[in-house]
Design a protein around this ligand. Structure first.
Ligand SMILES: *Cc1c(COP(=O)(O)O)cnc(C)c1O
Length: 387
């Protein structure tokens, strides 16, 4: 093996790419004195809905908040079951729990890593109220099949689009198939506001209620209350949450969104470089994108199987870190976490495909800010780590 080279800087996984435009816009917010939810949030919402071409947008503080409020507004609560994937971030599950409902897991397809519609069908029962799929790694899930299942059983469909802001199926944007599309603008996501999220609601009344719930359940938002139109009294009309987005965050989002397609093109190019460079190594690379879809290229996930690769996943993570390459793990199946196991009695082999992926998966750096030299460095490090 080559000796690790400490002379090169550590490649931070999921590093955001921010330009002068973002910096200027944030400074403009600071100088204006309007830091909270105001004109920039409104503009970001409009820009986002224009980018997606459909739906009623509500900017919120996170995708977790977006999922929680979507579930509440869908009328999901105690006694209701929501079917979702084990191969997701814990917040998908926590949002179901925050709504008072019970998560029911349906295993993923081992090739696409997305929730398997047959497993969803098998999981539907008398208490099922909704399906909450994730478009894993930016690859659209089998959304047409899920739309059909939801229609057959009169279920709500809430899409976790945290990885998939750019994704499309048959030209139609992801997040517009269900009743609600929920997006994340966390630091590592394809569009970032530092922390932030968005709901794209199919129906205008649902969006209005989400907006109200995101700001304490007040009848008028802060922008209307303190604007130059004169003081407006507000009333608490229901018990809401503190889930609004700040203008400082929206300032980033406005300019991030302008580069969303250019950044996707760059990640697509890096993806192709990885596909070509890793093809002959004893690793499993992501499946090719499906015909007629746009893949968001959010995570390039390889599977390191100890039998085949000659190194365990965890030893591989360690060896790459020593070489200055930051990696991600998306995800240990949610059914392998102790809290959910204790609460729901979930066992690792309940969902064997998610278990197998979760124990072998590694996400390679895929930031659009990576240079070709950075990508070559990642590829060389992988080669050097395999025995
Ligand atoms: C990041 C992520 C979330 C949560 O997003 P936040 O904006 O951090 O709340 C939810 N689901 C998935 C699949 C994610 O990757």
């Amino acid at each position: 093996m080559d000796a690790p080279s400490p002379s090169q800087p550590f490649l931070v996984f999921g590093a955001p790419v921010l330009h002068e435009d973002e910096i200027r816009e944030v400074v403009d917010s600071l100088r204006s004195g309007w830091l909270g939810s105001g004109p920039k949030v409104a503009r970001f919402e409009q820009d986002f809905a224009a980018y997606k071409g459909a739906g009623h947008p509500v900017a919120v503080g996170s995708c977790t908040a977006a999922l929680h409020l979507s579930m509440l507004v869908a009328g999901i609560g105690p006694g209701d079951e929501v079917i979702t994937t084990p191969l997701t971030f814990c917040s998908t599950i926590n949002a179901i729990l925050h709504a008072g409902a019970t998560p029911v897991l349906a295993d993923v397809d081992p090739v696409t890593m997305n929730i398997d519609p047959d497993a969803v069908r098998a999981a539907v029962g008398p208490a099922t109220r909704a399906i909450l799929p994730v478009h894993f790694a930016g690859r659209p899930c089998a959304i047409d099949a899920l739309v059909d299942i939801a229609a057959e059983h009169d279920l709500r469909l809430i899409e976790d689009c945290a990885h998939a802001v750019e994704a499309r199926v048959g030209g139609r944007p992801i997040g517009t198939f269900g009743d609600f599309g929920c997006f994340s603008f966390y630091v590592t996501k394809n569009v970032t506001t530092g922390e932030g999220g968005m709901v794209l609601a199919r129906n205008e009344e649902d969006a209005a209620r989400i907006k109200r719930l995101a700001l304490h359940g007040l009848s008028a938002d802060a922008w209307n209350r303190f604007g130059d139109q004169g003081y407006k009294h507000y009333f608490v009309v229901e018990c809401g949450f503190k889930y609004n987005m700040m203008d400082i965050a929206a300032a980033l989002g406005i300019h991030q969104l302008k580069r969303v397609d250019a950044n996707l093109a760059r990640r697509q190019a890096i993806w192709t470089q990885y596909d070509e460079a890793l093809a002959d190594l004893p690793l499993q690379c992501p499946a090719p994108a499906a015909e007629g879809t746009v893949h968001s290229r959010h995570l390039y996930t390889i599977l390191v199987d100890e039998e085949r690769a000659g190194i365990s996943r965890d030893a591989f993570l360690e060896a790459m870190t020593v070489r200055g390459i930051g990696l991600g793990v998306h995800y240990l199946g949610v059914h392998e976490h102790p809290y959910y196991q204790e609460r729901f009695g979930w066992r690792p082999d309940d969902h064997p495909a998610s278990m197998a992926i979760g124990r072998r998966t590694v996400s390679l750096p895929l930031s659009p800010g990576l240079t070709d030299t950075d990508v070559a460095r990642v590829v060389d490090a992988i080669g050097a780590c395999l025995p």
